[in-house]
Design a protein around this ligand. Structure first.
Ligand code: ATP
Length: 243
């Protein structure tokens, strides 16, 4: 479970995350939605101890990230900007992560297999396609067999096969009873992947409800339209320069 309690992050320009409170439950995929600049990545970075909250807290399995002794065994994350060393091979990257978390060599083979990366295990990171890098990122997230998975914009830049792969993977992991949080700014994709939605805009909570309830409440309009209506007042960047 992930618990976000009054989480706030203020930068000089204002609050990127503003008093957010919600819970991500195990056993279902939760979509974390919001327009560009809504504060999704900042929230996720605070969950993972990569940014310090100005106020409030985020707990993973009841503890702040910093209190986890072997974090990869509790939470796995796929972040937008991967930290791949260009000349390290896929297997070496996983080995490097595994070592600091007390994870054995056998598990590296398993996650390479599970993500379809076994044949590419010896390739250097800089030679991997975007789709392969995403798969390697997922392999890293799965290394510690964690109860909680956080995927930040996992389908960005992926081809249709990759999109379907991520969608099915997220559902399978949730089906195993894990807590799965997937961020996206694409309502249509989340409607296919997530059973529950947490929607934010300008750092504030706009909605926390089942996908079914969201669809029912907006019967007759497309999901994209419903999402635009919900987030309309909090869109930060509009095309054409209009505000
Ligand atoms: N290090 C920082 N310093 C100052 N402002 C920041 C910093 N990081 C993020 N912000 C601001 O915080 C706000 C939220 O950004 P964030 O990246 O969390 O949004 P997001 O919902 O993930 O957006 P996107 O969908 O575009 O990735 C934005 O206005 C952004 O400019």
């Amino acid at each position: 479970m992930i618990e976000v309690e009054n989480l706030t992050k203020r930068y000089r320009g204002g609050a990127a995350v503003d008093d957010l409170t919600f819970t991500v439950e195990p056993g279902r995929v939760t979509g974390f939605l919001g327009p560009n600049g809504a504060g999704k990545s900042t929230t996720i970075r605070m969950m993972l101890g990569l940014a310090r909250p100005s106020a409030g807290r985020a707990l993973i399995g009841g503890r702040p990230y910093a209190a986890l002794a072997r974090p990869l065994t509790v939470v796995g994350a796929l972040l937008e900007a991967g930290d791949l060393h260009p000349t390290r091979t896929a297997r070496e990257h996983l080995r490097w992560l595994a070592r600091s978390n007390g994870i054995g060599e056998r598990r590296i083979g398993e996650v390479l297999e599970e993500t379809g990366m076994a044949a590419a295990a010896g390739k250097r990171a800089r030679t991997l396609s975007l789709g392969m890098r995403q798969r390697l990122g997922v392999a890293a997230a799965l290394l510690g067999d964690p109860e909680v998975l956080i995927l930040d914009e996992p389908v960005n830049g992926l081809d249709p096969e990759g999109v379907i792969w991520i969608r099915n993977l997220a559902k399978r992991l949730a089906g195993e009873g894990r807590t799965v949080l997937v961020s996206s700014h694409l309502m249509s994709e989340m409607a296919l992947t997530a059973a529950h939605l947490v929607v934010i805009g300008r750092g504030r909570l706009l909605a926390d409800l089942s996908t079914e309830a969201f669809v029912a409440a907006h019967d007759g309009s497309s999901l994209e339209e419903a999402f635009m209506r919900l987030t309309g007042a909090s869109v930060e960047f509009r095309s054409g320069g209009a505000r």
